[in-house]
Design a protein around this ligand. Structure first.
Ligand code: FPP
Ligand code: MG
Length: 317
């Protein structure tokens, strides 16, 4: 999403300190978090916070704490996720667990979550803090559901959707809704869920696309039937045999029926598009709920946001 970021929002991201300070009893924890997780990343979630604040007419400086909280919760979830996935590399760097071992990586993730709550307790309304705590619950539930789906061939669309909403949609929902209150916040929350769903569906298409930087069908080899694999079986039940053979087998080299794979990817892309179109309509609805007619710069932010939603649906890497 960042390439389309308006220049002043890009500037807000650059001006934001995402590293955590070392004012703890054990400075090694913050330095490890900084070097393994907080120094890098796409800053997709903080970008959402700043962008929505811009649309609402709120200055970036008023929401810096929300942008940092979004990035920190995301980073804490990655610290734990890399332990769960036994991952050694993230963003081309050694993961926290690779550097410190699993036990310390879990503790460092916990510290980061606690830091979020300390910072928000000083600056954010209780309902924003409550919503973030609920988001963390959703992240855990989503990861749990995904863990239960490992190795399961017959995963139904409802279950896939639920895991996707919890694991990807929940934090994006918070990013989009935390800088306002009331009905406006609810509409933006719904919009965030739709963006999260669209984002994850496109990710699943990319997982089955060469040139995305990862091996084709990585989810499947890690034991996960994603949306594309699910659609392949819906279109042609005979694909089950091949999918079963690759499921959870890191070495598997599947030779997918190109036409079937294309049809499945097309279906998933169109599903993603539906979510992103709904997100656009919800943004329009949110604009009607603004307390005052939007100023020129708010409309500019809203228009660039909409173009980026379209670009998100067409994302190829
Ligand atoms: C990346 O998944 C992981 C997430 C989006 C969330 C993981 C959530 C938890 C581990 C629950 C605990 C949450 C907190 C806040 C402590 P992925 O493995 O599909 O993506 P990847 O390829 O980036 O690893
Ligand atoms: Mg992972």
């Amino acid at each position: 999403m960042n390439p389309e970021l308006p220049p002043d929002l890009r500037q807000s991201i650059l001006a934001t300190e995402f590293r955590i300070d070392s004012l703890t009893n054990v400075p090694e924890i913050s330095s490890r978090l900084n070097e393994c997780l907080l120094d890098g990343g796409k800053r997709f979630r903080p970008a959402l916070v700043y962008w929505i604040a811009g649309i609402l007419g709120r200055p970036a400086l008023e929401v810096t704490h929300l942008a940092r909280a979004a990035e920190w919760v995301h980073a804490a979830s990655l610290a734990h996720d890399d332990v769960i996935d036994e991952a050694n590399l993230r963003r081309e760097r050694p993961t926290l667990n690779a550097v410190t071992g699993n036990r310390r990586a879990v503790l460092a993730g916990d510290l980061l979550l606690a830091r979020v709550m300390v910072e928000l307790a000083e600056r954010a309304p209780l309902e924003v803090i409550r919503a973030l705590a609920q988001t963390i619950e959703s992240l855990v539930e989503g990861e749990w559901l995904q863990m239960e789906a490992i190795g399961v061939l017959d995963i139904d669309a409802h279950r896939l959707e639920k895991a996707c909403l919890l694991k990807t949609g929940s934090l994006i929902r918070w990013c989009c809704s935390s800088s306002t209150t009331g009905e406006l916040s609810l509409v933006l929350a719904k919009m965030g869920e739709e963006i999260g769903m669209g984002f994850q569906l496109v990710d699943d298409v990319l997982d089955f696309s060469p040139g995305s930087g990862k091996a084709v069908g990585g989810d499947l080899r890690e034991g996960l039937v994603n949306w594309v694999a699910h659609e392949m079986m819906q279109i042609d039940p005979a694909a089950r045999v091949q999918i079963q053979a690759a499921l959870g087998k890191p070495e598997a080299k599947a030779n997918w029926d190109a036409a079937l794979l294309e049809r499945a990817k097309l279906r998933v892309r169109s599903r993603a598009q539906n979510h992103l179109n709904r997100a656009t309509r919800l943004l329009d609805r949110a604009m009607l709920l603004l307390p005052a007619p939007p100023a020129e710069h708010q409309l500019t932010y809203a228009n660039s946001f909409k173009s980026t939603l379209i670009a998100l649906g067409e994302r190829t890497q």
